[in-house]
Every structure is written in structure tokens, then in C-alpha cells.
Design a protein around this ligand. Structure first.
Ligand code: ADP
Ligand code: MG
Length: 447
């Protein structure tokens, strides 16, 4: 765009790009009511109707506004929100608290999420062990459980918990150096250090910290150089009794494609799992969140949402935010009817049968591969393995015939499906880790 573009032009263009990125439904509901109202010194101010918009964007597309405007203008900008509705004083207070923590973290160069703290983590039977272990580690880093390995399915609170450890330490120990990093980011740093001949810098950075919090470690499966580097980082820290906390979407024994020596390191300290929350915990999380947002939700609304959302707590919160945005925009109180109308597309109907599509999606997500790959002819070991497992699960969970199942996988014949099922049965009987993988997938398909 030219330098002289008006802010209306920039915004119109931005919206059309965003619409393509996020799809029509999300666009209509969340982005259309926004407006770019000021652009000064590379600072964009975007007006939004209420705080739920900010929360939704932060959760779902944190960078989309600044990135889109940057792509149009060709330079870095920062985007902030202005809420048109008058804000509640107590909510402002909480937000100011987060903001001052954010500043403190920024000063110390720590990339923790200031909102993820122990105080707002709801404890139930599904997560109490992991929570207790995390608290202990935060109180006595390097002294209790090392490493602490926390695992559990998507959206069950791993990232929240390991950030809470970091934040608690930041609050208490001003000189302790803490590093929170996703395994994906760690991988990128390894690659970049190798490419630019900066391995020495990389090593001194990671071997001289007091607390390493590494999120989603399953990401380094299959990545040899990263595993090698992580192994040495781990050893260096461990020898100096520095605290290491690792999160993963599965237990160490279920992470395929990592070296045995790493797997055994992961199991050296304490392993804590987070299970799917029961309905009481889900309701408690909803109440807590509603209270923080100054929303009134009745028991039947909480129960309705908690019973419809199977386990993912992010989805649970997503429902509440959507409900809050609607109620606030239309000035209607939240009752069961509103909840049913507003959330109808979000909620999976109980009686909806499990489909082959869903199984393929879950299996591919689990193995970190693309759905199109298990439908194609590709035959790497990893893909063939995922395909066989998905076929086996499709046979278990759906009413489709073997030939029909074959067709869902890019036109394989029924003999291929029979073979796949047999292979899976045999491996289940022989291999402990394989059996656990199947169990885990079962839990994800029918929690
Ligand atoms: P994961 O890393 O396991 O995928 P997250 O830690 O990102 O999950 O959690 C998803 C969302 O659910 C976050 O917004 C988090 O704050 C919230 N959440 C998860 N568990 C709890 C809990 N026990 N109490 C309150 N909020 C939770
Ligand atoms: Mg996470």
C-alpha cells in the first residue's frame, strides 16, 4: 500500500485479508465489529465492543491484526485494543496486575504468559497430582523433583501449569534466571544456531539458566540434531541441580522416535499426568472463569456447557467467551436458552456417531502428520503406521464395512484394511508402548 493510504483504506484491506484467513463465521462474529480508529507512530489502536473480543483474539489469533497490517505496510507495528464499553473496575484491576507482571517479565526477558498463575488454576481429581508436583517445584526449584515431566491431552492445562511454576518463581526469586520455551522454538533455535555458526552462544545461553521450562517436548521426536542438543543441555543443567520441567502430550514411553537415552532422562524425576476433567471440575472452571469476567452463569448453563464439551478446557472457556460477547452486545442475560442458541454450532451432539473423518483427524494430530498423507499412497514408516491404526479404529468405532473404510483412505481395498487390523492386534499383544498408544487414542476418540 502507498504511504498515503488512509486508515479506512488500510482497515478495509486488512479486514478482507483477515476474512480469508479465519473463515466467514469467525470473521462475521469477531472481526467485523472491530474498527481501526487510530494509527500513529507505528501504533495501531483498534476499537472493539467489549473485553471478550480481546480475549478471543488473544486465544485464537494473537498476532493476526499486527501481522496483517504489517504485511500491508511493510514495516513492524504494534496493535492495541480500545474497548468501547465502559469497563468494570475489578476486571481492570486484575488486568492491571497481569500488565505489571507482563512488564516485569519483559524486563527480565522471560517469555511467560502473565495470566497463567496458580491462583487461577482450578484443582480437581484429574489434575491434583500434577498441580501438587508443580507447586512443590515452584517452592523448591532444583530440589524436589528433577525433572518434572507433566503430560496430558490437548487443552488440559499443561502450558498453564508450567507457566505458573515460572511465574511463581519470578515473583519470589528476583535473581533466578528462568527460561520458558516451546520445543518447537527450541528446535528453531538449534537450527538457526547451526546455520549461523552460533552454537557456542546457544550452548552458553541454555546451560547457564536456573530453571528450564520446556513445553510440548513431543515436538522433538524424529529431530536428531535437536535431540542431541537437548540431551546435552539437559545433562549440563541436571548436573548443576538446576530445575527442568517438561510438558508433553503423551508419556515418555509413548513418544516414538526419540533416543532411549533421552526417554530415560525424562523418566528420571517425577512423571505426573493430567487426565480429562470430570464434570464437577469442568463446572468449577466455568464458575471461576465467569466470576473473573463478572458474568453470571446459572448452574444449568454451567452444566449444559460442561456436559457438552468433552474434555478440552480451552473449548470450555471458548464457549463462555462467546456467550459473554453475545450477552454483552445484545444486553441479554445469560440463560439456558441463550446458551443453546449461541453455542449450537460449537457443541458436538452427544448422539452424533464417530466418523472416519474424526478418527483420521485425531490419529493424524496425535502423530503430527497431515490427514491428506494417510489418504495418499505415501508409505513412510510413520505414515503407514498411522494409517493402519486409523483403519483399525475406524473398524472399531464405525459401522462401515471394510471396503467402505478402505475408500476413506484414498481407495484402498478391503484386504488392506483386514491386514491393517491384524497388524494392530498383533502389535497390541506384543508391544507395551504400542498398546498404550492405542489406549490413548481410544480416550481421545471417546473420552
Ligand atoms: P495444554 O497446554 O494442555 O494444551 P493449556 O494450558 O493451554 O492446555 O490450557 C488451555 C486453557 O484452559 C488455558 O486458557 C488455561 O488457562 C485453561 N485451563 C486449563 N486447565 C485449567 C484449570 N485447571 N483451571 C483453570 N483454567 C485451566
Ligand atoms: Mg500447551
Amino acid at each position: 500500500m502507498t504511504i498515503n493510504a488512509t486508515i479506512e483504506e488500510i482497515w478495509a484491506k486488512s479486514l478482507s485479508i483477515i476474512a480469508q484467513k479465519v473463515g466467514e463465521n469467525s470473521f462475521e462474529l469477531w472481526f467485523k465489529p472491530m474498527k481501526l480508529i487510530q494509527f500513529k507512530d507505528k501504533n495501531a489502536t483498534i476499537e472493539i465492543p467489549n473485553r471478550f473480543y480481546r480475549e478471543w483474539v488473544d486465544d485464537n489469533y494473537p498476532q493476526i491484526l499486527s501481522e496483517t497490517i504489517e504485511s500491508l505496510l511493510g514495516y513492524k507495528i504494534s496493535a492495541k485494543f480500545k474497548i468501547s464499553e465502559k469497563e468494570d473496575a475489578s476486571i481492570k484491576r486484575i488486568e492491571n496486575k497481569h500488565e505489571s507482571r507482563r512488564k516485569e517479565l519483559g524486563k527480565r526477558g522471560i517469555y511467560l504468559n502473565p495470566k497463567y498463575i496458580f491462583e487461577n488454576y482450578v484443582v480437581g481429581t484429574s489434575n491434583q497430582f500434577a498441580h501438587a508436583a508443580a507447586k512443590r517445584v515452584a517452592e523448591n526449584p532444583g530440589g524436589s523433583y528433577n525433572p518434572l515431566f507433566i503430560y496430558g491431552g490437548v487443552g488440559l492445562g499443561k502450558t498453564h501449569l508450567i507457566n505458573a511454576i515460572g511465574n511463581a518463581i519470578v515473583d519470589r526469586l528476583t535473581t533466578t534466571s528462568i527460561c520458558y520455551i516451546s520445543a518447537e522454538q527450541f528446535t528453531n533455535e538449534v537450527i538457526s544456531a547451526m546455520r549461523h555458526d552460533r552454537m557456542a552462544d546457544f550452548k552458553s545461553k541454555y546451560r547457564n539458566i536456573d530453571v528450564l521450562l520446556i513445553d510440548d517436548i513431543q515436538f522433538i521426536a524424529g529431530k536428531t540434531a535437536t535431540q542431541e542438543e537437548f540431551f546435552h543441555t539437559f545433562n549440563a543443567l541436571y548436573e548443576k541441580q538446576k530445575q527442568i520441567v517438561i510438558s508433553s502430550d503423551r508419556a515418555p514411553i509413548e513418544i516414538s522416535d526419540i533416543t532411549d537415552r533421552l526417554r530415560s532422562r525424562f523418566s528420571m524425576g517425577l512423571i505426573a499426568d493430567i487426565q480429562s476433567p470430570d464434570i464437577e471440575t469442568k463446572m468449577a472452571i466455568l464458575y471461576r472463569k465467569a466470576m473473573a469476567e463478572k458474568m453470571n452463569i446459572s448452574e444449568d448453563v454451567a452444566h449444559f456447557i460442561a456436559s457438552k464439551i468433552k474434555s478440552n478446557i480451552r473449548e470450555l472457556e471458548g464457549c463462555l467467551i462467546k456467550l459473554g460477547a453475545h450477552a454483552s452486545l445484545t444486553a441479554t442475560p445469560i440463560d439456558l436458552n441463550l446458551a443453546k442458541t449461541v453455542l449450537k454450532d460449537l457443541l458436538s451432539e452427544d448422539d452424533k456417531p464417530t466418523t472416519v473423518d474424526l478418527i483420521q483427524k485425531i490419529v493424524c494430530e496425535y502423530f503430527g502428520i497431515k490427514v491428506q498423507d494417510i489418504k495418499a499412497k505415501k508409505r513412510t514408516k510413520e505414515i503407514a503406521n498411522a494409517r493402519q491404526i486409523a483403519m483399525f479404529l475406524a473398524k472399531q468405532y464405525t459401522e462401515h464395512s471394510l471396503s467402505e473404510i478402505g475408500r476413506f483412505f484414498g481407495g484402498k481395498d478391503h484386504a488392506t484394511v483386514i491386514y491393517a487390523c491384524k497388524q494392530v492386534e498383533e502389535r497390541k499383544a506384543k508391544e507395551e508402548s504400542f498398546r498404550r498408544t492405542i489406549e490413548n487414542l481410544n480416550k481421545r476418540i471417546a473420552p
